[in-house]
Design a protein around this ligand. Structure first.
Ligand code: ZN
Length: 204
């Protein structure tokens, strides 16, 4: 059961600090994943809670203004993604209160949050030596439908029971360009990985 934690329990970090943390914990996280026959994963969520409301079950949490916070240690095993938590990092946007699949509600993902999540993905994937592909970086919705080249449970995502559809849709009033159901059929996860890969390309 997830619990709300106060902001004072969170560590505010820069993208470069997050990159260093991922590098520092790389061996530990890889060993953890390999102990259950997997490779490390980065799972992307939203909380379906409020802006500024922090939780105890995600490692990296991004607030409305795009500021990045870390809870606990990156190799702690938290309950963010059902049957996929060992050797996995949970990254979440603090948003999504009252969202449904037709209307992302009064606390939809902001453009700043989406951009910071892409930066966080790039930093974590760099520190952990991971490819930015769906196999290693997936939204909770994608993971729920077993789209990560592994099978961990019955499907419960947007293509099946729609029990979890985190970040499947990213369109907001202020940023209509983020609509993932564009003509090319791309979804929220594709948008986030695409942006993260763009940031990765800027570094080389
Ligand atoms: Zn989730």
């Amino acid at each position: 059961m997830a619990h709300v934690v106060s902001k004072s329990e969170m560590r505010h970090v820069s993208v470069e600090e997050l990159r260093q943390m991922a590098s520092d914990y790389r061996e530990s996280i890889w060993a953890q994943a390999q102990s259950v026959g997997r490779e490390p994963k980065i799972y992307l969520h939203w909380t379906a809670g409020h802006y500024g409301q922090f939780w105890d079950d995600y490692h990296v949490q991004i607030d409305e203004d795009g500021e990045i916070y870390v809870y606990g240690e990156l190799d702690d095993i938290f309950a963010h993604t059902w049957r996929r938590n060992t050797g996995a990092i949970g990254v979440t946007l603090l948003c999504g209160y009252l969202a449904n699949t037709n209307d992302l509600g009064p606390e939809a993902p902001t453009a700043a949050q989406i951009e910071s999540m892409a930066l966080a993905i790039e930093a974590l994937a760099d520190g952990l030596w991971l490819t930015i592909s769906k196999e290693y970086v997936a939204t909770h919705g994608e993971a729920a439908d077993n789209e990560c080249n592994d099978w961990c449970h019955e499907n419960y995502g947007p293509k099946s029971t729609v029990e979890r559809w985190d970040l499947e849709y990213l369109q907001t009033d202020e940023s209509p360009a983020y609509n993932p159901w564009a003509e090319d059929g791309s979804r929220g996860g594709d948008v986030l990985r695409g942006k993260a890969q763009w940031y990765r390309n800027q570094r080389v």
